[in-house]
Design a protein around this ligand. Structure first.
Ligand code: PLP
Length: 349
C-alpha cells in the first residue's frame, strides 16, 4: 500500500489528446501520407495469419531492418515501441542504482526511473545554446551505473557533438550508456555502427517518429551481438510486437521512398519555420536536429499558448524549465500546419 502511494506521487505521463486540432505536440510524422499508410496496412492485414504467433514475421523484419540500417541482424532487438524497451532496461538495471542524464530531457524516461527506483541525476544544459558541460557530466556519471542521453535531445532538439559522446563512452567503460536515437533520421549522425566497438553502448530507435508508425508500436534496440542475443532470447517477451505491426513495418522499409521524401520535406520546413520564428521579437527559437522546434517564449508564453489553442493547434506547453523559463515544443508538420503556426504567432504582441 505504501508502495502504491509512492507511485501515485510520480508525475503522470500526459498522453496527448486526439481531436480535429492540428496535433503538433507528440513529434509524429504528419507529413507522411495517411492514405499511403492505410493502403500498406490493409495489404499487410491480408497477408498475415492471425491464428499463428509471428515467428516468420519477426525473422523477416530482422532481415529487412538489418539491410535497411546496414548493420548486423544479430545486433537488433525489437520491442513494442522503444518505451517498452526502456522499461525492460530499467527492470534489468534494478532498484537502488544511479543514473546520470541531462536536464531537460525526455520526461517519460525520468518518470520510469522513479517507478523502477533508479536515482536520476541530471546535468543542466546551457540555456544559451543547449550545450552540455562534458567534464561536469563525466564527473557525475562516474558516480552512476548508467547514462541516458537522447540524441537529438527531446525537448531541446539538438544533437551533441559526436566527439563528446565518444568522450563519454571511453571515459565510462564500466557504465551502460543508453543513447536514445528516436529522432535520429532528422539529425546529423547516428551511432549504430559503433555498437561493435563499444560494448557499453545501447542505442534505442523507433518506427514512431520519422517512419510515421507511432500507432503501430514498433521500436528496437541496437547493441553488441552478445548483449542483443541475451536481450532477444532471455529478457524480451517472445512476441512483444504483434503480427500486423510487424508486417506493416516490413512493408514500409521495403520501399522507403515515401518516408525519405517526407523526412526531406520536414527538414526543409524545419529550416523555414526556424528562420521565420527567429525574426519574431521576444521569443528564442533553438536550432533543431529533430522534427520539432524548442522555443523559449519569455514574457509571451501565456499569450502564445492561448493563441495557438484558439487557432486549434496543440503544441507541447512545457511551462517553466529551470534556467530557460517558459518554453514550448512544436512538431514540424505539413506546410499548411506550419503556415498556420507562423500566422498565429506573428500576430502576438
Ligand atoms: C526521446 C524519445 N524516446 C522514445 C520515445 C518513445 O518512442 P516509442 O513510440 O517508440 O515508444 C519518444 C516519444 O516521444 C521520445 O521522444
Amino acid at each position: 500500500m505504501k508502495e502504491m502511494k509512492k507511485i501515485s506521487m510520480i508525475e503522470k505521463y500526459a498522453i496527448p489528446s486526439e481531436s480535429n486540432y492540428f496535433k503538433l505536440d507528440a513529434n509524429e510524422n504528419l507529413v507522411l501520407d495517411k492514405d499511403f499508410l492505410t493502403k500498406i496496412s490493409l495489404e499487410s492485414l491480408k497477408k498475415i495469419d492471425l491464428r499463428k504467433y509471428p515467428i516468420d514475421l519477426y525473422e523477416r523484419l530482422y532481415k529487412k531492418l538489418s539491410h535497411y540500417l546496414k548493420i548486423s541482424e544479430k545486433s537488433l532487438v525489437l520491442g513494442s515501441g522503444s518505451d517498452q524497451i526502456i522499461d525492460l532496461l530499467l527492470t534489468l538495471i534494478g532498484r537502488g542504482k544511479r543514473l546520470t542524464s541531462i536536464y531537460p530531457t525526455f520526461s517519460y524516461f525520468k518518470t520510469r526511473c522513479q517507478l523502477h527506483g533508479v536515482a536520476f541525476s541530471e546535468i543542466m544544459l546551457s540555456s544559451i545554446d543547449n550545450a552540455l558541460d562534458i567534464e561536469k557530466f563525466i564527473i557525475d556519471a562516474k558516480k552512476s551505473h548508467v547514462i541516458y542521453l537522447s540524441s537529438p535531445n527531446n525537448p531541446t532538439g539538438n544533437q551533441f557533438e559526436k566527439s563528446k559522446i565518444f568522450d563519454i563512452l571511453s571515459s565510462l567503460k564500466n557504465n551502460l550508456v543508453i543513447v536514445d536515437e528516436a529522432y535520429v533520421e532528422f539529425a546529423k549522425y547516428s551511432l549504430i555502427k559503433y555498437v561493435k566497438g563499444y560494448p557499453n553502448l545501447v542505442i534505442l530507435r523507433t518506427f514512431s517518429k520519422a517512419l510515421g508508425l507511432a500507432g503501430a508500436r514498433v521500436g528496437y534496440m541496437v547493441a553488441n551481438d552478445e548483449l542483443a542475443d541475451l536481450f532477444r532470447n532471455r529478457i524480451q517477451l517472445p512476441y512483444a510486437v504483434n503480427s500486423l505491426s510487424l508486417a506493416i513495418a516490413i512493408s514500409l522499409i521495403s520501399s522507403p521512398k515515401k518516408v525519405e521524401e517526407s523526412i526531406s520535406l520536414i527538414k526543409r520546413e524545419r529550416e523555414r519555420l526556424y528562420q521565420s520564428l527567429s525574426k519574431i521579437k521576444n521569443i528564442d527559437v533553438y536550432k533543431s536536429d529533430a522534427n520539432f522546434l524548442f522555443i523559449k517564449c519569455n514574457t509571451k508564453y501565456w499569450r502564445i499558448v492561448e493563441a495557438l489553442e484558439n487557432s486549434k493547434i496543440i503544441v507541447k506547453s512545457l511551462g517553466n524549465i529551470n534556467n530557460y523559463g517558459n518554453c514550448i515544443r512544436m512538431t514540424v508538420g505539413t506546410k499548411k500546419m506550419n503556415d498556420k503556426i507562423l500566422s498565429t504567432i506573428k500576430d502576438i504582441q
